[in-house]
Design a protein around this ligand. Structure first.
Ligand SMILES: [Zn+2]
Length: 248
């Protein structure tokens, strides 16, 4: 399904949501080359390869890999991607240090049950350490999508990043925001490190008035009415489910 936002993409710019069970990656094809936002779970590389193969592309075509944070469902295949080819890998300093250890950048705070469950999940996923090649922070802009701005959006993790393309009103929010079919939410689950900073990060992103939100989990959401977007996150927010333009 085409979405209104899709009509706004420049010629030669294509974006695809690739979902592996419960987590999203995003492929971006534009004049900067082929880019990927987040790197799935440790065993998910075949999902990405399949998506690329269907478009006549390969992992080796990737030029930029953007990691929002070092949780196992977002950087799990980063090590495999490192060995597969030599794309630049961007994240924050805090998340890069965690990636290099093959571990999340924080411990869940809530209770021992969740802490233990999280440790078991990380162990089962067997995340391999991966090296970032470029540390980025607020104020940096990548050459992707006509200027992809780096946002520091701590809360879910201390070094969490989001990426915003003003030319398209497109926000890649990782786990700083949670998209569901009922709308856009502040991701305040038990694995969120700090609710207060997380809420501040959500407000910051709301003020950008994104037209399209591509989160780490859930559907792509599109704002129906741009002026209403401001600070309207929540169950009754103005976002509706959408789909990105076909990647072909
Ligand atoms: Zn996640």
């Amino acid at each position: 399904m085409h979405c209104r936002a899709g009509r706004g993409l420049a010629r030669g710019v294509q974006i695809q949501q690739v979902t592996d069970r419960f987590v999203n990656m995003y492929l971006i094809r534009d004049p900067a080359g082929l880019s990927l936002v987040d790197a799935d779970t440790p065993n998910g590389l075949w999902v990405l390869e399949r998506a690329l193969r269907q478009r006549g592309e390969r992992l080796a075509d990737l030029r930029h890999i953007l990691i929002t944070h070092a949780d196992p469902d977002h950087m799990g295949s980063a090590a495999a991607l490192c060995t597969a080819m030599g794309a630049a890998r961007y994240t924050s300093r805090i998340e890069a240090e965690a990636m290099a250890r093959g571990a999340p950048s924080r411990e869940p705070q809530e209770n021992w049950l969740i802490t233990t469950s999280y440790a078991i999940m990380s162990w089962l996923m067997n995340v391999q350490p991966a090296q970032a090649t470029a540390i980025v922070s607020l104020g940096d802009a990548l050459s992707i999508l006509g200027g992809l701005h780096v946002l520091t959006t701590p809360g879910h993790t201390a070094g969490h990043l989001s990426f915003f393309a003003p030319a398209y009103g497109m926000l890649f929010a990782g786990d700083s925001l949670l998209a569901t079919r009922r709308g856009l939410h502040f991701a305040d689950g038990p694995v969120t490190l700090d609710y207060a900073t997380g809420w501040a990060s959500a407000q910051l992103q709301a003020q950008l008035q994104p037209r399209i939100v591509c989160a780490g989990h859930g559907p792509v959401l599109q704002a129906d009415h741009f002026p209403r977007v401001r600070l309207h996150f929540g169950n009754s927010g103005p976002y509706r489910c959408s789909s990105l333009p076909p990647y072909s």
